[in-house]
Design a protein around this ligand. Structure first.
Ligand code: ADP
Length: 492
């Protein structure tokens, strides 16, 4: 298959500030490469502080008109944005696969997933009701209304180049906020294409502004937003160290902050579980996007009675996964995003083996002679994982399953919770009582119970502990972009 687009102008290589597609105020460029073969896809601006400030100027200038528009009008714009995204799902899917490396079917799936948030928040935009509160005073009346917080800075990662930006910009716009956005340096093209489609859908000038920057210059852009008191909210998805940095730096102007950070998801298989269903669920949860999602199971605990049967079935499935470029329709696992990523996976496997883990299948980097730049890793199953291994303490973010045995429920729940992170957790059991006990005891924001695929726009997505705070999607997804104003009327 070719990853060429039917609408070539969707490969937008400029930034949008106010009404202008611009090459940036400095002549620097950021190269976007295809992780499947290392080839250059395109150059985009490597923006700096002056571009960042211009973006806030534009967003602030657009704010009053956008917040003042009837919610129904904002909803109509978002509905049209959803429609054009869906209409261009094929091109956008190709673009995602091209710059991010996920197989084409997953790329297209991500487009529809991204659109589902836009549609959801188009619907939610008209339902931001306030309250009339029974007053404790006979001469006063008490009301509350919801208002947009103001300019929102959106900073996104590379693993879902469409979905992450859509699920931040859509609620911001629905609430009446305006946006300055910086997509990840590895995958700016999908974000630029989405913004171009937003413009075509009728998003007014200045309501969405987007700047692209290299990893080295990302902080230069974002620091300007952190320091600017007109930016009232930061919405970030990415690593925990960067999230903590943003939380710290935004304290100087006390912005609202939503952080969706790293996870270290446990996946527990109890002895009474349906083993085939558990293998199925683990395959779906673990190998989505090549293992590069923040809800991918990172630690698998299997009861000792079913351990060997589970591992045998799992290894057969993992060994059969086909690794290849995103453009090959038979590929199930694409390349890792970049060299840095594959080196981390190699380090985790080496460390696990040196501490006594055994490789059942995979375990090695795959070199493609025709594209030596590309970073492929073979789907891997490790057994005898222990808590001190890097693969148990850090997110591996690759196609590596590390399995450990356990004996009883309280022991495994304690092990599952023995991490500073708390995003997703999964468990498989046939016991209704255990379902309640374990679901309540797990320290995390998202629980998969006999299910490996949890993503849904109608559900509240987010973490606890060092996986961050705030919830995206669901009826709660607008809260982070709004403030509540209390109105008290006297003299009644
Ligand atoms: P990952 O490890 O998945 O690349 P990061 O947290 O490094 O996650 O990146 C997520 C987003 O944060 C990207 O858009 C990246 O450019 C941005 N980013 C990285 N470092 C900084 C920083 N020091 N300040 C602000 N943003 C940053």
């Amino acid at each position: 298959i070719s990853l060429a687009l039917s609408r070539g102008d969707l490969v937008e290589t400029r930034n949008l500030i106010a009404d202008n597609w611009t090459g940036g105020l400095e002549p620097r460029q950021l190269a976007v490469t295809d992780p499947s073969d290392g080839g250059l896809v395109s150059n985009v601006p490597d923006a700096g502080a002056a571009d960042a400030k211009a973006a806030v100027d534009a967003a602030q200038a657009a704010f009053n008109a956008w917040r003042g528009a009837p919610a129904r009008d904002r909803a109509a714009v978002l509905k049209r944005w959803n429609d054009v995204i869906v209409a261009h799902q094929d091109d956008l899917g190709r673009l995602i696969s091209r710059e991010q490396g996920k197989p084409l079917a997953e790329g297209r799936g991500e487009v529809l997933y991204a659109a589902s948030y836009v549609e959801w928040f188009a619907e939610q935009a008209t339902r931001t009701n306030g309250e009339v509160i029974p007053s404790p005073f006979s001469n006063k009346r008490i009301l509350s209304v919801r208002e947009p917080v103001g300019v929102v800075a959106v900073i996104t990662p590379w693993n879902f180049p469409a979905a992450m930006i859509a699920r931040k910009i859509a609620p911001a716009l629905a609430a009446g906020c305006t946006v300055v956005a910086k997509p990840a340096e590895d995958t700016p093209l999908t974000a630029l294409a989405l913004v171009k489609l937003a413009q075509e859908a009728g998003v007014p000038p200045g309501v969405i502004n987007i700047v692209t920057a290299s990893r080295e210059r990302a902080a230069g852009v974002v620091d300007v937003w952190l320091a600017d008191d007109r930016v009232r909210k930061i919405s970030f998805t990415g690593s925990t160290p960067v999230g903590k940095h943003l939380a710290r730096q935004s304290a100087s102007t006390l912005k609202k902050v939503s952080l969706e950070l790293g996870g270290n998801a446990p996946f527990i298989v109890f002895a009474d579980a349906d083993i085939d269903a558990a293998v199925e669920g683990l395959m779906a949860a673990k190998f989505r996007n090549g293992g590069q999602t923040c809800v991918c199971p990172n630690r698998v605990y299997v009861h000792e009675l079913v351990h060997d049967a589970f591992v045998a079935k799992l290894a057969a499935r993992v060994g059969a996964l086909k690794v290849g470029p995103a453009s090959d329709s038979t590929s199930q696992i694409g390349p890792m995003i970049n060299e840095r990523a594959v080196q981390k996976i190699e380090r985790h496997v080496r460390d696990a083996v040196s501490q006594g883990a055994r490789i059942v299948v995979g375990g090695e980097r795959i070199r493609k002679p025709d594209s030596p730049q590309a970073a492929y890793f073979s789907p891997t199953v490790l057994v005898d994982a222990t808590p001190s291994m890097a693969c148990s303490c850090e997110e591996t973010f690759g196609p590596v399953v590390a399995v450990a045995r356990f004996r009883d429920e309280s022991e495994v729940v304690a092990r599952a919770n023995a991490t500073p992170f708390g995003l997703a957790a999964y468990f498989y059991t046939d016991s209704p009582a255990r379902i309640w006990r374990v679901a309540e005891a797990l320290e995390c924001g998202i629980v998969g119970i006999n299910e490996g695929v949890l993503a849904a726009e109608a559900a509240p997505f987010g973490g606890v502990k060092e996986s961050g705070y705030g919830r995206e999607g669901s009826v709660h997804g607008l809260d982070d972009y709004q403030q509540i104003k209390y109105l008290c009327q006297g003299g009644v």
